[in-house]
Ligand binder design. Structure first.
Ligand code: ADP
Ligand code: MG
Ligand code: ZN
Length: 494
């Protein structure tokens, strides 16, 4: 190897997500990620005081079964927990209860990436490193101190491991966002990266083609990544770093590195430990779990339509563009609202669906969404606009009773005050003017007062026609029927 060798990035992900169960994984403490008072949700069990015994949280196991169903993985008949030994102050027990060889989920795929497994463990506490604080003697002494908060210790944490199947850096974010969506659709995790509820580790090596086959390189694991953007930046950095090492004849050492975001680089943290360093053994305080006691058919029924199925259905049923589909898949209330509008449009209506459905998606995703963004609103259900009223608006446009200009004004009024578009149209007399006699009279007046453009038009300057339509629209405050006006001016000028 060296200069001229083609290197192929080989990437596998390990993603942790906190489950949003009511209580912690092995005790009755509240699982409350919003608690700001340190060490409020703790008890002798999650602090592993001698003589206490953990009890597995059924809700968390049910969430794992649902995750397994969602990714098409296999859940075995029996499962168990294992003890993973390591010493660090964020772990009050001196070990973490995790799963070693019998996870709740084997295999499956997501976003086209094969999964190895999904297992369940408990989260750690949080350390806060301070220069010197008010409360502890060490801090008062001015020496650097670490404060520890165990509110998060023992919160159920799922870990998903992918096969090293990813070859493109952009796939990292795509995969992560899809997992986030699936977890949210299932309702098992809020998966908010900014709040640390979801955390990504990137494993990356550079592979080479040997005898026509891809041979993986020595991998590096990058931890401490706070967003998908950072995960992709870390992967790009590692590809370059590893390439340089290999091209200069060096070797990659298997290690754990951290992402140093301010400096946009990865830094070596420790040489990789392997599983025997953790001295895994079956957790003696918890029985083996017989999964046949869970009601799989009920759990299956509780799973809603998942993102991928929704994409395909929206596309097929309504002929939406990819961007429109993505918008609806990411914004579930908006999708629900859209389908509400569609079902309203299926009620006795004069305008054909071929016309109203495209209008509905446009008014929803650009105009209504635009008003919401300007107003700082996230959930369409929190606005005054109802599905029925939006369907009415769309129909008025499709039937040529409103111009798109006035429709936007009406939508704004609907957004601000609520109300029915037909009524707003009438009270604000915004109805499109399609009275041929009146329009013709007005057109004659405009022609009489603009001899210059008339001459231009007669000389063949087609754009002069739009000038006349524009003048008429101005007089009608945007309510003139544009197609009709164009025809009238054409007739009068030839
Ligand atoms: P470890 O025991 O070090 O945790 P695993 O075999 O469990 O290693 O894999 C952990 C992650 O690393 C998985 O996501 C896997 O896909 C990925 N991985 C394994 N081998 C490689 C490799 N050679 N290059 C890149 N990623 C890899
Ligand atoms: Mg690992
Ligand atoms: Zn507890």
């Amino acid at each position: 190897m060296g200069k001229g060798t083609t290197y192929i990035p080989v990437i596998g992900l390990e993603i942790h997500a906190e489950l949003n169960t009511r209580t912690k994984m092995f005790c009755d403490c509240l699982n409350d990620p919003t608690e700001i008072e340190p060490n409020k949700n703790i008890c002798p069990v999650c602090l592993a005081h001698p003589g206490t015994l953990p009890v597995a949280n059924k809700e968390a196991i049910e969430s794992m079964i649902k995750i397994g169903m969602a990714v098409g993985g296999e859940t075995p008949a029996v499962s168990k927990f294992d003890r993973k030994n390591y010493f660090y102050p964020d772990i009050p027990k001196g070990y973490q209860i995790s799963q070693y060889d019998m996870p709740f989920v084997f295999g499956g795929t997501l976003a086209g990436v094969k999964l190895t497994r999904v297992h369940l463990e408990e989260d750690t506490g949080r350390l806060q490193h301070v220069e010197g604080g008010p409360s502890s003697p060490a801090a008062r002494s001015g020496r650097p101190t670490s404060l520890v908060d165990y509110n998060r210790a023992g919160v159920p944490l799922m870990e998903l491991v992918t096969e090293p199947d990813i070859r493109e850096v952009e796939k990292i974010g795509e995969f992560g966002r899809e997992l986030q969506l699936v977890l949210r659709y299932l309702g098992v995790s809020d998966a908010d990266m900014e709040k640390g509820q979801m955390r990504v580790e990137v494993n990356l090596s550079l592979g080479t083609i040997v005898d026509g086959e891809l041979k993986f390189g020595t991998k590096v694991e990058v931890k401490n990544i706070a967003s998908f953007k950072m995960a992709e930046a870390a992967a790009r950095y590692e590809i370059e770093r590893q390439r340089e090492v290999l091209e200069s004849g060096g070797e990659i050492s298997q290690e754990t590195r951290g992402w140093d975001d301010p400096n946009k680089r990865t830094v070596s943290q420790r040489k990789k430990e392997s599983s025997h360093d953790y001295r895994y053994f079956p957790e003696p305080d918890l029985p083996v779990i017989d999964l046949s006691q869970f009601d799989f058919s009920r759990l299956k029924r509780e799973i809603p339509e998942l993102p991928q199925a929704k994409r395909m259905r929206l596309k097929k049923e309504y002929g939406l563009t990819d961007d429109q589909v993505e918008l609806l898949v990411f914004d579930r209330p908006l999708a629900e609202f859209f389908e509400g509008v569609i079902s309203e449009l299926h009620e006795e209506r004069e305008a054909p669906l071929e016309k109203t459905v495209p209008l509905a998606i446009n008014y929803l995703t650009s105009d209504l969404k635009g008003l919401m963004v300007a107003d700082g609103k996230v959930d369409v259900a929190d606005t005054r606009v109802t599905a029925e009223n939006l369907a009415d608006l769309v129909e008025l446009i499709a039937l040529d009773k409103l111009t798109s200009r006035t429709a936007k004004d009406i939508l704004k009024t609907m957004y601000e005050t609520g109300g029915d578009p037909t009524e707003i149209m009438k009270t604000e007399s915004l109805e499109q003017v399609s009275d041929e006699g009146a329009l013709r009279e007005m057109a004659q007046g405009i022609i009489a007062t603009h001899p210059g453009p008339v001459a231009d038009y007669k000389k063949g300057k087609e754009t002069a026609l739009m000038f006349f339509v524009g003048q008429a629209m101005k007089e009608l405050r945007g309510k003139g029927n544009p197609a009709m006006l164009q025809q009238i001016f054409k007739d009068l000028l030839t």
